[in-house]
Ligand binder design. Structure first.
Ligand SMILES: NC(=O)c1ccc[n+]([C@@H]2O[C@H](COP(=O)([O-])OP(=O)(O)OC[C@H]3O[C@@H](n4cnc5c(N)ncnc54)[C@H](OP(=O)(O)O)[C@@H]3O)[C@@H](O)[C@H]2O)c1
Length: 321
């Protein structure tokens, strides 16, 4: 085993991030090199050529002098971008079919939930009220997706297939069959005006922090059969101004919200989000990364890289995603 070692920096947290689970997977797919679960395993920092990480401590990666590639074990790299000591080596993020499919499930589930008035129907059931409301067709609703990258583009197409009118907003110009594509700051307002349900799948960067605020919500469409617009955020908590969301739900600027991500996670027990009647809340599990799939993805990339091939899904540090 004279190949450079892989350091695994996964410090636990939720069930999905159990370090032992990730270590077992990496040992299977990288059987020809040392896999060091850190901290804990004895090691020489110079032997580490690769690091597979989820939210490492600031400065942790700077300790490896021969590091060649960092593999982030999730799609969003905002936590790493905040580390000013991050080594200047390629940073690869996750973009795999399994994760994309999971996020599309989440987006379709929550768009349908609001479109089909599920919160109202569930409360009617609890109260034993047989009280159907007028139900409009999917074609009467425009879903606007902020972020037309790996996740946003896939969700957009699934919603289109269900009959929704779908538009998307990205930084650069896009052409996607059946989707109205807007891009850049100059087209943001036109995009918002066409959106009844706003889905946010943006990365958290210095340009997008707190982009989901009162000023933006007020530009959404108010003439759909749903009445007030709906927000669905599965990007990052830092994208949203949380005080604005609560105030906008209370004064009718927003009709409802599905939130998977929060500024501070796990959400504090006294957060008003838990009990707000217009909020559907999930504990940042819209699209979990699957240890099987992702460890194979990393092993494939290392193999290709060592054979002189190009890495895929490398983050552009100047853009921050
Ligand atoms: N809740 C969860 O469980 C979960 C799971 C996975 C990921 N996520 C989040 O989802 C995010 C998106 O993932 P992804 O794989 O789809 O990322 P991606 O492929 O990098 O796509 C990002 C999209 O956002 C657009 N964008 C970035 N900055 C922008 C700006 N300033 N103005 C307008 N558009 C901008 C990009 O535009 P261009 O196309 O022009 O570059 C791109 O379309 C991740 O960063 C992560 O935070 C959440």
């Amino acid at each position: 085993m004279n190949k450079g070692a892989l350091a695994l920096l996964v410090h636990g947290g939720t069930e999905n991030w159990s370090p032992e689970r990730w270590k077992r997977r990496f040992e299977e797919v990288c059987s020809d090199r040392r896999v060091l679960q850190l901290p804990g395993a004895p090691f020489d920092p110079a032997e580490i050529h690769y690091a597979a990480v989820w939210k490492p401590a600031a400065g942790e990666l700077a300790a490896f002098p021969n590091l060649r590639v960092i593999f982030n074990l999730g799609a969003g790299v905002d936590a790493l971008m905040a580390d000013s000591s991050l080594p200047k080596v390629p940073l690869v993020r996750v973009a795999v079919g399994d994760l994309t499919q999971r996020m599309t499930e989440y987006v379709v589930l929550h768009v349908l939930m609001h479109h089909r008035q599920e919160p109202y129907l569930r409360s009617s059931q609890r109260e034993k009220r047989w009280a159907p409301k007028f139900q409009w067709p999917a074609s009467a609703i425009s879903v606007g997706i902020m972020g037309l990258g790996t996740l946003g583009a896939n969700a957009a197409q699934a919603l289109r297939q269900l009959g929704f009118r779908v538009s998307g907003w990205s930084r650069s110009r896009k052409v996607i069959d059946g989707i109205d594509c807007f891009h850049g700051a100059a087209q943001l307002e036109a995009f918002l005006q066409a959106s009844d349900i706003l889905v946010c799948l943006l990365p958290l960067t210095r340009d997008t922090r707190h982009i989901l605020n009162r000023g933006l919500f007020a530009k959404l469409n108010y003439s759909s059969p749903m009445g007030a617009p709906v927000l669905i955020n599965a990007g990052r908590g830092g994208l949203q101004n949380e005080a604005d969301i609560l105030a906008c739900l209370d004064d009718g600027t927003l009709g409802a919200a599905s939130l998977d991500v929060f500024a501070n996670e796990p959400l504090a027990a006294n957060s008003p989000f838990w009990t707000h009647p217009k909020i559907v809340l999930t504990p940042h599990n819209a699209a979990d990364t699957d240890a099987d799939e992702i460890s194979k993805y990393v092993a494939r990339q290392i193999e290709r890289f060592e054979a002189g091939g190009a890495l895929e899904n490398v983050v552009d540090p100047t853009r921050g995603y």
